[in-house]
Write a protein that binds this ligand. Structure first.
Ligand code: HEC
Ligand code: HEC
Ligand code: HEC
Ligand code: HEC
Ligand code: HEC
Length: 253
């Protein structure tokens, strides 16, 4: 069969591909410098919020599923914030006189959404998608820290490129499957949420070492050889494309 492209076309294609990548990236460089505002870089610092919402209360103690409030996290790129109606499904009946909840009641009456201060953000030129991570069984705490412990939400990790890459270069360390959960027929995604449920039921008692690290926000999460070997099997099982994960176009499209 006749060749459609001459070998040199390959080089031309590569050069123009590179050009295509460098222009948006160098624009990105400037934006990245701007985006390093304190609110966007400080790890571990609780930010001011219009209502002192506590994940420790609502998740760690009451055991409300993340998806009750962050409804789109397993289906879309964004986790999203809950509308005031979600809060009022409980707070129209309980804690109705709490002064701390005044802004919530006001928002409900006036129909003006609460403006939460954003804690986690990547620059515009970075592509991120929640659903693929959650569907591969990566726990929220791996990236966000011990959310179940947060009285006022803070940023759990730097979210800089090197941080994304250290996982993308060796994701087997972070994939996790508990044998008991697997026997119960849970998918990786369900196990992400099951961890919080188990923790709320009886604390760290029935959690394995890796799960305990996740729940306590230990960083780096400890790995032993056995766990890494298990992780490699999971990479195959979940069909993770490890050869491509560190390529520029994955995150800069
Ligand atoms: C009862 C509702 C509710 C539940 C349940 C809940 N959240 Fe939230 N979450 C919120 C609200 C409201 C905010 C915005 C205020 C804040 O940052 O604390 C938020 C913010 C966050 C943020 C920071 C978002 C940003 O600004 O970048 C993360 C991360 C987060 N939640 C993770 C979780 C995880 C993980 C779970 C489950 C373990 C969970 N949430 C369960 C209501 C909830
Ligand atoms: C499933 C029910 C439920 C939902 C939904 C819920 N809460 Fe709560 N919330 C509670 C309960 C129960 C308490 C009391 C916790 C305690 O002190 O033990 C509480 C306490 C609070 C408090 C502390 C009140 C005080 O005076 O100490 C705030 C603030 C609060 N919630 C905000 C919110 C916000 C904002 C949302 C929506 C994002 C929300 N809650 C959604 C059940 C809920
Ligand atoms: C692989 C890392 C990673 C995992 C796992 C992860 N997140 Fe995020 N999360 C991020 C990044 C990065 C952002 C900032 C996204 C942006 O700026 O577009 C973010 C932002 C958020 C926000 C702010 C609103 C939004 O959608 O941007 C919420 C809420 C949130 N995450 C909740 C969760 C919950 C709940 C889980 C688990 C079910 C979870 N995240 C799992 C990395 C992660
Ligand atoms: C703890 C490990 C981990 C961290 C941290 C992480 N990722 Fe991922 N990421 C993965 C895995 C696993 C996949 C799934 C790859 C597959 O199945 O082929 C993935 C896939 C992706 C994809 C491909 C989505 C698609 O639709 O093809 C993008 C984009 C991505 N990650 C961006 C990011 C960015 C940006 C960050 C940092 C803010 C980040 N990731 C942090 C593990 C991680
Ligand atoms: C796993 C996701 C991911 C991959 C793969 C990735 N990047 Fe990034 N990149 C990011 C994130 C996240 C930022 C934003 C960093 C910040 O805000 O500090 C970024 C920022 C940048 C910037 C802006 C300057 C800076 O350092 O903040 C440049 C330039 C860049 N990346 C180039 C590249 C090149 C070239 C490649 C391929 C070798 C690549 N990136 C691969 C996630 C990724």
């Amino acid at each position: 069969m006749a060749q459609i492209f001459k070998p040199s076309a390959n080089t031309i294609a590569q050069v123009s591909l590179l050009g295509g990548a460098i222009v948006p990236l160098s624009v990105g460089l400037g934006i990245a410098a701007l985006s390093r505002s304190p609110a966007n870089t400080k790890v571990g610092v609780p930010l001011n919020q219009p209502v002192p919402f506590s994940h420790e209360h609502h998740v760690g103690q009451l055991g409300i599923d993340c998806r009750y409030c962050h409804t789109s996290v397993e289906k879309s790129a964004f986790a999203g914030f809950p509308p005031t109606e979600t809060c009022m499904s409980c707070h129209s009946q309980i804690w109705t006189n709490s002064p701390l909840l005044e802004p919530v009641r006001k928002s409900y009456e006036t129909g003006t959404p609460i403006r939460w201060t954003k804690v986690n953000k990547v620059p515009e030129f970075v592509f991120f998608n929640h659903s693929i991570h959650v569907n591969r069984g990566i726990n929220c705490n791996t990236c966000h820290g011990a959310v179940n412990d947060m009285n006022i939400t803070w940023k759990g990790n730097s979210f800089q490129m090197a941080w994304c890459l250290q996982c993308h270069r060796a994701p087997e360390r972070y994939l996790h499957e508990n044998e008991a959960d697997t026997a119960a027929g849970l998918t990786p995604r369900q196990q992400v949420f099951n961890l919080y449920w188990k923790f709320q039921q009886d604390g760290v008692k029935h959690l394995d070492a890796h799960e305990q690290d996740l729940i306590s926000g230990e960083d780096p999460v400890s790995f032993d050889k056995d766990e890494i070997a298990k992780g490699r099997k999971l990479v195959n099982k979940y069909g993770v494309k490890t050869q491509q994960l560190a390529d520029c176009w994955i995150c800069h499209r």
